[in-house]
Design a protein around this ligand. Structure first.
Ligand code: FES
Length: 263
């Protein structure tokens, strides 16, 4: 699923999170150095690093939230994972902000309290980073798909009239390629096969993976998350772990136009 917050196909959120991860981790390192050496320089640097971490985290959160809303497939395990990832990161932000406020407003601030807060923040940061890695590596959030012959993955937004919709741009699809069509809140995949077109729901019944980002071979679509396979003409399961099929939609090709029936 190509990120909705990207530049030339490069997802912004994974790039920007490097900064708060580095700043917050360095904050703890500098405070530990200050604790053991007694040199105030290290603690002063830690304050600067916390401020840099908070600012960069807020900036990185913007494309992350956009991806959460518009890139991660709805009603999926990825959506739940992304929500937990976001909540944990907010906790990290609050912990380091609390550390900053505490040390700034307390004349005899305890280094033990500060180090405890920052250690908890870094531990949560590692957990959130692990989840973020899973969102990219397994759930493929932000992956910019390409088809054979350098065909680009396509996504269009269309409006239905009287229960049917004309699939604009279907002619650009080559055999084995798919496009994701948003119609009245539904996500539908239009696929081109050797012997015609097929339309089916963009929702794997196993854990909600986006089938539009999968592979289409010989009338079978394979989910990119755990490999379930479905026959695109009937929606039947060909291989698990999914145990239930997917909804399919009738298509009609007339006068050079491709129509999809919703009802
Ligand atoms: S989400 Fe698990 S196979 Fe599709």
């Amino acid at each position: 699923m190509r990120s909705k917050a990207s530049v030339k196909g490069h997802s912004l959120h994974p790039m920007l999170v490097s900064f708060p991860i580095a700043f917050f981790t360095a904050t703890l390192v500098f405070d530990v150095l200050g604790y053991f050496t007694g040199k105030i320089f290290y603690n002063s640097m830690a304050v600067v690093l916390i401020i840099a971490g908070i600012i960069s985290a807020l900036i990185a959160a913007v494309p992350g939230f956009i991806d959460f809303l518009y890139t991660v497939p709805p009603k999926s395990s990825g959506k739940k994972r992304a929500a937990k990832h976001g909540i944990i990161n907010v906790c990290v932000l609050l912990i380091f902000a609390a550390s900053l406020v505490y040390r700034s407003n307390t004349p005899d601030a305890s280094m033990n309290v500060i180090l405890l807060l920052e250690t908890a923040g870094v531990v949560l940061l590692v957990i959130a980073g692990w989840m973020g890695g899973t969102l990219v590596a397994r759930n493929q959030v932000g992956v910019d798909h390409r088809y054979a012959d350098a065909g680009k993955w396509k996504e269009v937004y269309l409006n239905a009239e009287n229960g049917r919709v004309e699939i604009a741009g279907y002619g650009h699809l080559k055999t084995g390629q798919m496009m994701l069509v948003h119609v009245d809140g539904r996500r539908i995949v239009v696929a081109r096969m050797e012997d015609g077109f097929a339309a089916f729901a963009d929702h794997c019944p196993h854990r909600g993976g986006s089938l539009a980002g999968g592979a289409l071979i010989c009338g079978t679509v394979q989910c990119p998350w755990h490999g379930s396979q479905f026959l695109v003409n009937t929606g039947a399961v060909k291989a698990g772990p999914a145990t239930t099929g997917i909804p399919v939609y009738p298509l009609q090709l007339s006068n050079g136009k491709l129509w999809l029936q919703l009802a």
